[in-house]
Write a protein that binds this ligand. Structure first.
Ligand SMILES: C[S@@+](CC[C@H](N)C(=O)[O-])C[C@H]1O[C@@H](n2cnc3c(N)ncnc32)[C@H](O)[C@@H]1O
Length: 453
């Protein structure tokens, strides 16, 4: 990052305020420093405190000047039409996440499915299900009821997600809840917005790697037998989940490798202030050790799949396992760029992730055992794809279609390109960096494509 010239500090101080000069090192230009000063001032004016406004203003500017993200300083971040409370220890929602959340909401509003059942894994602030709820309730074509469920391992995140529901109800941005947002959150919307706006939105604390996760959420899924969890947290039971088909499984999991996190590829502000738990998957060895006493899950073939994937991709392997068991209609997985998108696509297309075979008999470590490199070398082999994979061997075959969405997936005539992975064409939609790997069950895909045509 280039050093700023002293003349810029002088201008900030003279043209805006001496406090703008304090913000320059983090804001990098005069306009951003002026904007942030204004937002901090507005925040102080609009919130009450026994501390005098002037002192609060100064101390918040000083906090920001040390590099603390603005969202933690102000305590919130706009996300679509919602206001999401932000606190240290829970990841700040990103604009890219907002973009694909609105995009999938748009797809869902056109889907004929009702009621709608949605599961968000690794929910953090709860921004994704909250925005989905907001968008779906605003659509006259969604005849409800809508069931949403956010899951996170972090108790801080779950607490904040519940607060965010209450906060947005208080602001009038979401319809009020009958039972109160911290209970089971049975909501009833404003009839003028939607003819049948009933919803349930709940947030629960759970580790998605727990062997009991699938059996507790989806008792009818074909999860290999598990023993009861020894976790101290109460586990959600099957009654917590909608009984019928899952319309959407969505997740923005931790996806940065430990080495990328410590290197300069991850911004310093992120490294220093945002929670590592939200960004970097635990080494798979510790994930598996944590559960080795609980279930055969970790000692068996799943372990091979996890161990053979790139360390940053462990959550996708788990999501694939869940997809294979539950067969949601649509799956949205946030990824961190093209390289990861292609690894995940290859996981499904080449290595047969999500097929029962991939977690029972598939031998991925046929090479040097070094893991993800072996997946690269499989180009053209088609080893894992096949009739019992989720994807089939070519476009138009198999149970699911797979796509990659870029940062701006929306916008029709949405720049559609193709990537070829193991001789299979994969649609790449939108503009910007690769942001989502999207799976859509063939029955829904045909419906979507037909509508477009
Ligand atoms: C990248 S953040 C995403 C947060 C939010 N969905 C968003 O988009 O802003 C990943 C989240 O995964 C949670 N997490 C990490 N490991 C988990 C696990 N094993 N099971 C469930 N959640 C986990 C973290 O606490 C964090 O909130």
């Amino acid at each position: 990052m280039p050093r700023l010239p002293p003349s810029l500090f002088w201008r900030a101080s003279k043209e805006i305020s001496p406090l703008a000069a304090r913000l320059l090192p983090v804001c990098r230009d005069l306009q951003s420093a002026a904007n942030e000063l204004r937002w901090i001032r507005e925040h102080v004016k609009s919130t009450q405190s026994p501390v005098p406004d002037g002192l609060r203003f100064w101390s918040l500017v000083e906090k920001r000047a040390t590099g603390v993200p603005l969202q933690y300083v102000l305590g919130n971040q706009p996300f679509g039409d919602l206001d999401i409370l932000c606190r240290r220890g829970v990841l700040i929602p990103r604009p890219e996440t907002e973009a694909y959340t609105l995009h999938i909401a748009n797809i869902l509003t056109k889907s004929s499915s009702t009621p709608l059942n949605i599961l968000d894994l690794c929910t953090g602030t709860g921004c994704i299900p909250l925005l989905l709820l907001h968008s779906l309730l605003a659509s006259p074509s969604v005849a409800g009821p809508i069931s949403l469920h956010g899951v996170d391992i972090s108790p801080h995140a779950v607490r904040l997600a519940r607060e965010n529901l209450a906060h947005n109800i208080r602001l009038g941005l979401l319809p009020a809840s009958i039972q109160g947002p911290n209970s089971s959150s049975l909501g009833s919307g404003n009839p003028s917005q939607n003819p049948n706006p009933y919803y349930t939105l709940k947030f629960t604390e759970q580790d998605i790697f727990s062997p009991s996760f699938l059996s507790s959420h989806f008792p009818s899924s074909q999860q290999p037998s598990t023993q009861p969890s020894t976790q101290s947290n109460p586990q959600p039971t099957s009654k917590d989940m909608p009984k019928n088909d899952l319309d959407l499984l969505i997740s923005n999991p931790p996806y940065i490798s430990s080495s990328a996190f410590t290197s300069r590829t991850t911004a310093r502000a992120v490294r220093q202030h945002e929670p590592r738990l939200a960004l970097v998957p635990d080494p798979i060895s510790s994930l598996l050790t944590a559960y080795s006493r609980e279930s055969s899950h970790s000692g068996g073939s799943s372990q091979k799949v996890y161990e053979s994937c790139h360390p940053a991709d462990v959550f996708y392997a788990r999501l694939a396992e869940i997809v294979g068991m539950v067969r949601p209609k649509r799956v949205v997985m946030e990824v961190g760029g093209w390289g990861q998108a292609m690894r995940v696509v290859r996981g499904f297309v080449v290595d047969g992730w999500g097929s029962h075979n991939s977690f029972s008999t598939h031998n991925m470590s046929s090479g040097d055992g070094s893991g993800y490199e072996s997946s690269e070398s499989k180009s053209g082999s088609g080893s894992g794809s096949g009739s019992d994979g989720l994807l089939g061997s070519g476009r138009g075959q198999g149970e699911y279609e797979i796509e990659v969405w870029r940062d701006e997936p929306a916008g029709e005539n949405d720049a559609k390109h193709w990537a070829v992975v193991d001789q299979r064409e994969v649609a790449v939609r939108g503009r910007g960096l690769a942001r989502v790997v999207y799976l859509v069950r063939r029955d829904c895909w045909e419906e979507d494509e037909g509508r477009k045509g």
